[in-house]
Design a protein around this ligand. Structure first.
Ligand SMILES: Nc1ncnc2c1ncn2[C@@H]1O[C@H](COP(=O)(O)OP(=O)(O)OP(=O)(O)O)[C@@H](O)[C@H]1O
Ligand SMILES: [Mg+2]
Length: 218
């Protein structure tokens, strides 16, 4: 396997408080990582830093073999790295408009955005939801729309923050199947989750966070 992402001394500080202090993080191409840790351990903070949503410092950040900075975060990485929030925020427009929004924002033409959104809707099995107002969707349905939205961008790295938390068994199953499909497409996933809901996925690497520090779990 080859490195997709590597960084050293990844730090995020708020005032005097160190929220993140990761000596080394290496993500291999095509691998799925489950990131566990107690509430407040820093899982979301790590995902948000890698997605460029919060600033963080890093001694040596390499992505797809190219030296990058985390701060300022390169625009190009927003297409390569997709983040899905624990409670995805959807615009009160339509499911399709939610999926095409990011595509338009990153320069896709109207026909291309429409075609990619349509493919993502098929992929996620959410065609029956396209006429439902986004704000009326259930938590599991929102999560699947959010996964379709990020899948339409075709990122190489997916950062998923507790994608199955608070879902019933059926919702968990549907979301897990999409995650499994992403993994089978050869993409890399870093998924924050809690021990009690560890996803039923094979061949994963477990990472654990404690007080902003990262370790490979046994
Ligand atoms: N903007 C901020 N300012 C100050 N503290 C923050 C900020 N963002 C996060 N924190 C703190 O950083 C720590 C890590 O939070 P984070 O949300 O990353 O934890 P988590 O592992 O995702 O927890 P959970 O399992 O509850 O989702 C927490 O103590 C939190 O209060
Ligand atoms: Mg969190």
């Amino acid at each position: 396997m080859s490195h997709l992402l590597s960084c050293h001394s990844l730090k995020r500080q708020q005032g005097d408080r160190v929220l993140l202090s990761v000596d080394q993080l290496v993500l291999e191409l095509g691998q799925t990582y489950l990131l566990t840790g107690a509430n407040g351990a820093g899982k979301t903070t790590l995902l948000r830093a890698l997605a460029g949503l919060d600033s963080a410092r890093c001694a040596n950040f390499e992505f797809e073999g190219v030296q990058r900075s985390l701060s300022p975060y390169p625009r190009k990485l927003h297409r390569r790295i997709g983040f899905v929030h624990h409670h995805p925020i959807l615009f009160s427009t339509s499911v399709v408009a939610n999926i095409t929004f990011g595509l338009h924002a990153t320069g896709a033409s109207r026909p291309e955005a429409a075609q990619r959104a349509d493919a993502a809707i098929t992929w996620a099995g959410i065609r029956p939801l396209v006429d439902t107002p986004p704000q009326a969707l259930s938590a599991g349905e929102k999560q699947r729309v959010a996964l379709a939205r990020v899948h339409a961008m075709d990122p190489v790295l997916y950062l998923l923050d507790e994608p199955t938390a608070n879902l019933d068994e059926n919702g968990r199953d549907l979301v897990t199947r999409l995650i499994d499909a992403i993994s089978k497409e050869g993409r890399t996933l870093l998924i924050a989750c809690h021990d009690r809901e560890l996803l039923n996925l094979s061949g994963v690497t477990r990472l654990n966070m404690t007080a902003g520090r990262l370790e490979v779990a046994s």
